[in-house]
Design a binder for this molecule. Structure first.
Ligand code: ACM
Length: 535
């Protein structure tokens, strides 16, 4: 397993290939945990809402079955997902069956406990097995993520390991604090293939993240095919930061991401950043520019220099076509229209533009999301503003957002000096940026979304999101090094009751994730703030 712990933060893809190659020599068995001692039910990340420990434990055996109700395709699908996780490391058959079995793992939908909501679950573990019950498939899926963490870390290895595979006895009843628990991936500054996105989706799902926000367009690249404006991708998607080849998602690619995200119970939130951050579009179509001249493609990392031409009618044909085509493909509720850093759009034009663009989103049946600069215009009814300010953001700007929240705008919190996963951990971090300061693991975790923005009502907060901007990142290894272990902390802020919030307890639970992340091949940052066990 130790070979899996790759040298962190490598820039050079070649070196990564060499290091990844070493994993095939992987040493057997996890030496990290005393195998026979079951992990306490309370040691899960995110912290469960309530835990009652005690009673006999359950150990998987070669005869263990995963039992689902006869009539539930969703439970069967989740059972197969669980079997796929457990089979390689245990070497057990783990058939997914509707046949009655005395022992085993039981996945049940149809709980009558309304307090579980759409995403909650109940997990009971005892001598004869583990039963996870939920009202909806998402709850069952989250319960399965918890069960993974109750098993030894080596269960996540993809080759056969020694057991025993013991789950402590007791009961967990668990449901989220917030319905919006997101992670964003910027696929514009550097393009990420469908497979890379799937890898990140699987990692998000481990910690019960339920929204994948894709930043699909920016100055450096347009990444989603729009049939009515084909040059957006064929030309506007043809490069990236530093001048590499770029890339884009065909509609089939995007649908595959949607399908895969849905299979992990994540909703995709597509973002087309408007009216700034639009150089890739402006370069692709001269008529979108006020002077009718297309600028060159852009491969640097400046912001704030591009703007759609607010007075031109063609701008709104463009916005209508783009929003219509994306809305038609996207089953989720939200369509994010950016609105940040429109420094080249006069304020009056910005307000006029955001009015029109929000109306188009509404026309195609979606709920508007925008970065919090949207509150400097007139947020549409039901709009969601994504706050990305810092501690040092001016009181005036914070008050503008809080005021909108008091007037009905909902908030998703992504404070850049807490939740931006591309910020360096400290001065030695080889990847990422530092314009919002260094964000160590404790700083990232130690804030309360419900009472964060002064004057914003607690009920205005839909949840949290951890954005990953990709100016300096293009491989999964790099993304993992920046996301882990901060993403589990943001996930916990979104899921766990405020009463469980405690850095000293959290850092111990997080430390126990170290061997698990290693077993999963996640190249995480070994923060000195966390008492990681020796691996
Ligand atoms: C942002 O970081 N410009 C939303």
């Amino acid at each position: 397993m130790s070979q899996r712990r790759r040298i962190p933060g490598l820039f050079a893809p070649l070196l990564l290939v060499v290091a990844a190659g070493a994993t095939s020599l992987g040493t057997p068995a996890s030496a990290a945990e005393p195998a026979a001692r079951a992990r306490p039910l309370s040691q899960v990340v995110p912290a469960p809402a309530s835990v009652s420990e005690g009673g006999p434990s359950y150990a998987l055996t070669p005869r263990t079955r995963i039992r689902v109700d006869d009539d539930s395709r969703e439970a069967r699908r989740i059972g197969s997902y669980l079997a796929d996780v457990l089979r390689p490391s245990t070497g057990y058959d783990l058939p997914v069956t509707a046949r009655d079995a005395r022992d085993g793992i039981r996945l049940r939908l149809g709980s009558k406990d309304a307090s579980l909501g759409d995403e909650g679950y109940r997990l009971e573990s005892g001598r004869h097995g583990v039963t996870i019950t939920a009202r909806r498939a998402a709850g069952l899926f989250h319960g399965v993520q918890t069960l993974r963490q109750l098993l030894p870390a080596a269960v996540e290895e993809d080759t056969r390991q020694r057991g025993p595979w013991t789950v402590a006895g007791g009961t967990i009843k668990d449901m989220p604090r917030y319905g919006y628990r997101g992670a964003m991936l910027d696929v514009s500054r550097h393009f990420f293939s469908v497979d890379k996105v799937k890898t990140y989706i699987d990692q998000m799902a481990l910690y019960k993240i339920n929204k994948l926000h894709l930043h699909l367009s920016d100055d450096q690249g347009w990444r989603i095919a729009i049939d009515s404006w084909p040059r957006l991708t064929t030309y506007g998607g043809s490069t990236q930061v530093g001048g590499g080849p770029g890339g884009y998602y065909t509609k089939a690619d995007y649908r595959e991401i949607l399908r895969y995200a849905a299979s992990r119970h994540l909703e995709v939130v597509p973002e087309i950043d408007l009216p700034g951050h639009t150089n890739a579009a402006l370069a692709s179509y001269a008529e979108l520019n006020c002077d009718g001249v297309a600028p060159p493609l852009y491969t640097g990392t400046n912001v704030g220099f591009s703007s759609l031409c607010v007075p031109k009618a063609v701008t709104y044909e463009f916005v209508d076509d783009v929003v219509r085509e994306i809305a038609a493909m996207t089953p989720g509720k939200y369509l994010h229209i950016g609105g940040d850093e429109a420094h080249s759009t006069p304020h009056k034009d910005y307000v006029a533009f955001m009015d029109k663009a929000q109306a188009v989103v509404g026309k195609y049946g979606k709920t508007v999301m925008g970065w919090h600069q949207l509150t400097g215009a007139e947020p549409a009814e039901g709009a969601v503003a994504q706050y990305w300010g810092l501690d040092k953001t001016s009181a005036t700007e914070k008050a503008q957002v809080a005021n909108a929240a008091r007037n009905g705008t909902k908030l998703v919190l992504s404070p850049a000096d807490r939740a931006y996963l591309d910020m360096k951990y400290d001065k030695s971090t080889p990847l990422g940026l530092a314009w919002a300061g260094y964000v160590e693991v404790r700083r990232s975790y130690d804030w309360n979304p419900g009472a964060y923005l002064p004057g914003a009502p607690a009920q205005s907060v839909l949840g949290v999101e951890a954005p990953m901007w990709s100016e300096t990142l293009w491989t999964n290894d790099q993304v993992e090094y920046m996301a882990f272990p901060r993403l589990p902390g943001i996930a916990e802020l979104g899921w766990s009751p405020a009463a469980t919030h405690d850095w000293d307890a959290y850092k111990v639970r997080l430390a126990a994730q170290g061997p698990r992340m290693s077993a999963l091949g996640i190249d995480y940052y070994r923060s000195p703030q966390v008492p990681w066990p020796a691996e």
